[in-house]
Design a protein around this ligand. Sequence first.
Ligand code: IVH
Length: 669
Amino acid sequence: MTDKALRVQQLRDEINRHNHSYYVLNAPTISDYDFDMLLKELEAIERENPELDDPLSPTHRVGSDINSHFDQAAHIHPMLSLGNTYSIAEVDDFIRRTRESLGEQKFEIVGEMKYDGTSISLIYEHGRLVRAVTRGDGEKGDIVTDNIKTIKSIPLQLSGSGWPDLLEVRGEVLLPWAAFDKLNAERAYNEEPLFANPRNAASGTLKLLNPAEVAHRGLDAYFYYLLGPELPADNHYDNLEYARQWGFKVAPVMKLLHGISEVDEFINYWDTARKELPVATDGLVFKVNSLRQQLNLGFTAKSPRWAIAYKFAAERGLTRLRFVSFEVGRTGVVTPVANLEPVLLSGTIVKRASLHNADIIRSLDIHTDDMVYVEKGGEIIPKITGVDLSGRQPDSHPVEFVTHCPACGSPLERVEGEAAWICPNKYGCPPQIVGRIEHFVGRRMMNIDGVGEETARLLFDSGLVTNVADLYDLTVEKLMTLERFADKSARRVIQGLEDSKRVPFERVVFALSIPYVGETGAKKLARATADIDTLMAMTAEQLTEIEDIGERIANSIVEYFANPLNRAIIQRLRDAGLQMSIERDESETSDRLAGKTIVISGTFTKNSRDRYKELIELNGGKNSGSISKKTDYLLAGDNMGPAKLEKATSLGVPIIDEDTFLSMIGLTD
Ligand code: IVH
């Protein structure tokens, strides 16, 4: 094999490995920059040595986000990508080349941010949103109209006037930093895998099957490209200004530039100023403004010749790994953490970085004392993206994942189908017990004032509280034996415990720390069962009938209640006076909808969708997300998706409006 062929082989293997980590494991092992560099090197060799090309090379892989759960639609115009570079000199070359190809000295460039989310195409007919489609494979994508409609900044009906009858608007769906941080904090709390960056979080969210969950996450969208046979202006900039008047959130950063020096100035300015923006950006985009000139320049197979993306390199530091610690959380998941020689990154000192799980440690092939690359790109938690092999000590050895729990010594178990290792000693492993106490008293659970992480540990270490039921045996006197408590603070805790007896049943269910039962799951369980005895008596099969309760959660619930220790704790909590059933307004419950399956679609004026969902369940019916032969009614509001309407009509499902529905359950005004 020639050197070139060998290098091609190496590059393909490496790129394929990183693709797998990114798309399958959802845990990137390389920075975007380094990945692009590998891909560019491979592309260059293949271009210069066509005999080495291979149709299965990763360079020929068209990225696709198609998901089998959604219907697909073909794009009117293919959704292409942009040529990109990390070098200002190459952007300057692009301007020069464009000037030459056009044969015109004068042309304007529009400078924009490159928003780091997931692209979307919206189709408007006569000013009404009819379809939202993801990029997919560029030719066709998933129809995600229902999810898109949850994004409040997207106009469902265009405002103003002058919009063409047929309009396509493209933009980026993104999760602003604040929403991203909140989502990951929630996931960290529930010990669910974190999203690596806002881009992954946005594309993952857009593909959720439950629009209510999508709405909860706080997506937003910026628009940057208009298409259609009758656009209002002959240039990109003015068209976007029109779009702004029609109600779109057009990219807030957009500037007309004339020539190389203005372009360079724009790059230098935004390279740092972008850090102040409320959303993630991964570069800048430069577009020829005139549509006539765009048309003259045309497209290559992959991208327009009238635009280029300049990408920012992520901030990266090189430092030494001191040691890897293994930390046990509330649910027993063991997380490896890299403890580092302090290094300054994006203005903060980084001493710890997540190594996620055993698979990541292996794929990085990280050794003790290695020099490692740390990156803080779009993440809240810095991560290790690679190892500098030249800094490796001769006597170093690979970092091994622990086989036993670092806290209690139990042999670890691998969670089936997941990368996580878990300590099975749920009721004897101190950090798990303390974690559950901490969870129980938390604000969204029993909300017991005056008890935080430290106090929970203190109560456990002192032997006063070894499970959550012991909390209700505490007295002011007992608390005052502990160093941290004085009369006032002790009384505050006792009052907090007293107040917690009025916390509604659904929060009690969440507070119990049943593995895999999060806040939403607890709410669904509480509403579906109404009291703890019903919940405890249910089989896994019955549980899976409840919306959003899958097999894994159902089995976990059954296992939890089968344990005599847990049953004893629940009995003691009940005796202490906690709410073990739902308080219901009896006038709202009936069995008028018993056995009926109802699909809700569109927006309503008298009640929210969630309220209608609740009313269906309170009256004995079942709410379902998609229309099938089993659907009894379609409860339709305004702006209902045309696909749903068509399906309901073709299956002969009766369509009812909100007034009809309310009178069916006896709730007429
Ligand atoms: S223009 C025909 N403008 O970057 C070109 N794209 O690699 C249409 N993106 O798929 C795209 N910000 O998801 C354009 N201001 C911007 C952008 C932008 C982000 C994304 C978009 C596209 C990808 C191209």
